[in-house]
Design a protein around this ligand. Structure first.
Ligand code: MLT
Length: 325
């Protein structure tokens, strides 16, 4: 009996501690894990998130790039971290929805091991080729790719990354299997493309925007129904007869499952307030993000989006990877 009382007391004490911790949260520096290399879309987005949390929650939120295996190394690290709000994942469609399609032994379950905090941004992808690639539009690209598939080198951020998935959709639509070269993120892919080691990549618009605008690489298509206002001269995949190349991945914030609700709420509230700031909206628009209405950004909406995107894309990816075999 005495033992039972002690156990019950301990449980209450633990609950009390976590309740108090949640109320005071945050009392020290927190880490935002970005599972890709510095300088790319995931990193730029993760730094916007870290800045919002730092400003609204009054403690430092520091970005740590934990790269490898298409973002799943960093996501696995975040999934295993204590569920106390001090380790946050800035993940995306790949790490937090589609990764199991590529990694049968994935070290985490994207839906069971994470609590969604909120959606940060959605960016359409671009097909970008090196400056001297012998094609100036998607039709010319398709003709060249079909004629010389063995000559093509495609850079991507690892199996299951959104740059990998975007090009997988493109290749499946065209019916080619070029050499796919993994990097730790699309920032290093861009460097490799600038030095001519890689022919092309499929990357969310912010990844290559400044180099496209400077004329150092060529954007051949926006993988979406409508053009990007930042690149009004670049036609969409739909306009160019390849609607299967349609990819606008979400980037979003997650914490390990078990994080006290009060902490999830504080983070979700801070994120929402930050994303409603005019300066942040302007910055995201300058990076090529789609406007995402507030109702589509909260934890519940993000859960629904993950389910919807998984249902839409998993059969396509399954068919595309079957064709790859
Ligand atoms: C990056 O930041 O490197 C990319 O967004 C990662 C990816 O392609 O999934």
């Amino acid at each position: 009996m005495a033992k039972q009382w002690i156990a019950a007391g301990m449980l209450l004490a633990l609950a009390g501690v976590s309740g108090a911790q949640a109320q005071d949260y945050p009392t020290r520096t927190a880490t935002v894990i970005v599972p890709f290399a510095a300088g790319g879309p995931a990193d730029i987005t993760g730094r916007i998130v870290a800045d919002i949390f730092s400003r609204y929650l009054g403690q430092k939120f520091v970005v740590e790039n934990v790269v490898g295996a298409g973002g799943t190394t960093g996501a696995a690290r975040a999934a295993r971290a204590p569920a106390d709000g001090y380790t946050i994942l800035s993940g995306h469609l790949g790490t937090n929805a589609l990764a199991p399609a590529f990694y049968p032994n994935l070290a985490y379950d994207p839906q069971k091991d994470f609590e969604p905090v909120g959606l940060t941004a959605e960016y359409p992808e671009l097909l970008v080729v090196r400056k001297d690639f012998p094609a100036d539009n998607l039709r010319e690209f398709v003709a060249y790719a079909k004629a010389y598939p063995e000559k093509l080198n495609v850079g991507h951020a690892g199996l299951g990354s959104v740059s990998y998935i975007g090009c997988l959709l493109l290749h499946a639509a065209i019916g080619i299997k070029p050499t796919m070269i993994p990097f730790t993120g699309t920032a290093p892919v861009l460097n490799a493309m600038l030095s001519g080691q890689v022919d092309y990549e499929c990357d969310p618009v912010l990844g290559t925007l400044s180099q496209v605008q400077a004329g150092n690489v060529k954007a051949l298509a926006v993988a979406a129904k409508k053009r990007s206002p930042l690149l009004p001269d670049v036609p969409t995949s739909y306009e160019q007869g390849l609607p299967e190349f349609d990819m606008a991945p979400f980037y979003a914030v997650f914490v390990p499952t078990g994080t006290p609700q009060a902490i999830v709420d504080k983070l979700a509230d801070a994120l929402s307030k930050g994303l409603n700031e005019d300066a942040v909206k302007k910055r995201l628009a300058e990076l090529g993000a789609e406007t995402v209405e507030q109702e589509r950004r909260g934890p519940k909406a993000l859960t629904d989006l993950i389910k919807a995107e998984s249902a839409r894309l998993l059969p396509i990816l399954k068919a595309a990877t079957e064709k790859e075999k």
